[in-house]
Ligand binder design. Structure first.
Ligand code: ADP
Length: 161
């Protein structure tokens, strides 16, 4: 049986923290699908296709990782992909409230789903896409927090300073 895991998220933009989780998941599971949520009710800085491009560029060297997008309920997407494992990253205790609520709802909607929480390397504990967006908006370089490709996209989006 192939062990397939799905890692969903906004990835707005992809950070080195997300990438750390992707690498860990790729080591534990046979196949990982990183899927970008296409949720119209959420405001995003980058379009779904821009976020997909960032991910595709970043996982090029990982043969068992593929990139996709989904709309609607995540559990419906999991059923369609015949996936039962959901990956989420846990950074600090404050993540737990939201992540446990999400995991509990997903389990109620699809009883066979198992959420697996992975912990990033310590250096990424306080890294969040929202912080990256904020510093880029204020004109600072985000190179320490994102891939060079994403850093370039941020500069194009917010203007290089
Ligand atoms: P969402 O809107 O679904 O929370 P995010 O892109 O913000 O999308 O996050 C996707 C997942 O990645 C979440 O489980 C989040 O906790 C995790 N994550 C985000 N940043 C990091 C990081 N620096 N280290 C580890 N996990 C992270």
């Amino acid at each position: 049986m192939t062990r397939l895991a799905v890692y969903p998220g906004s990835f707005d933009p992809l950070t080195r923290g997300h990438l750390d989780i992707i690498h860990r998941a790729a080591r534990v599971f046979d196949h990982v699908i990183v899927t970008v949520s296409n949720n119209a009710s959420k405001k995003h800085v980058f379009s779904v296709s821009e976020r997909l491009e960032m991910l595709e560029e970043a996982v090029r060297g990982l043969p068992n990782v593929h990139v996709d997008t989904f709309t609607g309920l995540l559990v419906d997407y999991l059923k369609k992909k015949k996936a039962r494992v959901l990956i989420r990253g846990l950074r600090v205790v404050s993540d737990m409230d939201y992540e446990f609520q999400l995991a509990s709802f997903n389990r109620r909607l699809y009883k066979d789903v198992e959420t697996v929480f992975l912990m990033p390397d310590d250096q990424y504990t306080y890294l969040a896409s929202s912080m990256v967006r904020e510093i880029a908006r204020l004109g600072a370089g985000a190179d320490a927090f994102v891939t060079p490709y994403v850093a370039r996209k941020l500069k194009l989006k917010f203007g290089a300073k």
